[in-house]
Ligand binder design. Structure first.
Ligand code: 6GU
Length: 277
């Protein structure tokens, strides 16, 4: 294995019993590799890595700066405050890593193109649909922007996509990268125990999910809705759909215009609008 990296994959190679379409590899490029340890070890992502569905290699951009002092940022041309991440170390890091025949995975060298995603507040807004599309990839490179920005030539000539996770500003793209890794990995077949689990996710079909309840039936005097105890599966399904529509109408009416709604859904929405005046 060549090139400096902090490899978070459990053991180097993915489990050979896992077929290729059920695993994904991320190469993360960052100035702060230490930020990635915790989130990738716990819970579902930790298990996905143990089972070979997920591997993440975190590469320190600083290790790829060729000057003596490993400079990764400089003041902006034209003046103004802040620092800008230099193009050269980022190009060197991404090009070195993607041209490696990485542990049996096909990379650029074998003709497979790897998406190179720059995480930046100026990117297109990350959403469930983009997560779904990325979950079909075998390998994804994520570049974490820092400081006031990244030299424009990285966006123009290295990145194939730019993503933002929301309309607010983070100190860097690291947390955004982890959000992308999490949202994408849970959609990789085999990562969640129940393969139907993602179908009802909030946003999966353009609506927010309705409420969930578990035991006890009465908690501090607050009761579980009767219909959920009825055993009438059709009635439960109808109630859940109505709750999802109600919640989406109340909290995210913008989603309703894009959601796939049946004729019955539209009637329910009209009724709910009347009730709320
Ligand atoms: Cl990807 N980066 C930064 N720095 N801030 C963000 C973001 C990304 N997405 C939302 N805010």
């Amino acid at each position: 294995m060549s090139g400096p990296r902090c490899d978070l994959s459990h053991d180097g190679d993915p489990d050979p019993r896992v077929s290729p379409s059920t695993s994904i590899h991320f190469d993360v490029f960052t100035l702060f590799p230490e930020m990635f340890r915790g989130p990738l070890e716990a819970s579902i992502l930790g298990r996905a890595r143990e089972e070979g569905h997920l591997s993440v290699a975190v590469h320190n951009i600083r290790d790829y700066a060729r000057d003596k002092h490993h400079v990764t940022d400089e003041p902006p041309y034209g003046g103004g405050g802040g620092m800008v991440m230099k193009a050269e170390p980022i190009f060197h890091a991404v090009e070195s890593v993607l041209s490696e025949p990485s542990r049996g995975r096909r990379a650029e060298s074998s003709g497979e193109s790897v998406p190179v995603v720059l995480l930046t507040p100026q990117g297109r807004l990350f959403c469930q649909e983009i997560a779904g599309a990325l979950s079909k990839e075998r390998r994804i490179a994520l570049i974490c922007g820092r400081y006031e920005g990244v030299d424009e030539r990285v966006r123009e000539h290295l990145a194939t996509d730019e993503l933002s996770i929301g309309d607010y500003v983070l100190t860097g793209g690291e947390l955004a990268s982890m959000v992308v890794i999490d949202a994408v990995t849970r959609l990789v077949p085999g990562v969640l125990g129940d393969p139907t689990a993602t179908a009802e996710d909030s946003h999966a079909r353009g609506l927010l999910e309705g409420p969930h309840y578990t035991r006890p039936r009465v908690f501090r005097g607050w009761e579980v809705p009767e219909v959920l105890l009825s055993g009438d599966h059709a009635a439960v399904a109808r109630w859940r759909r109505e709750q999802a529509l109600r919640r989406t109408l109340e909290r995210r009416p913008d989603l309703l215009t894009e959601a796939e709604l049946t004729e019955e859904d539209r009637e329910v929405v009209e009724q709910l609008k009347k009730e709320s005046g």
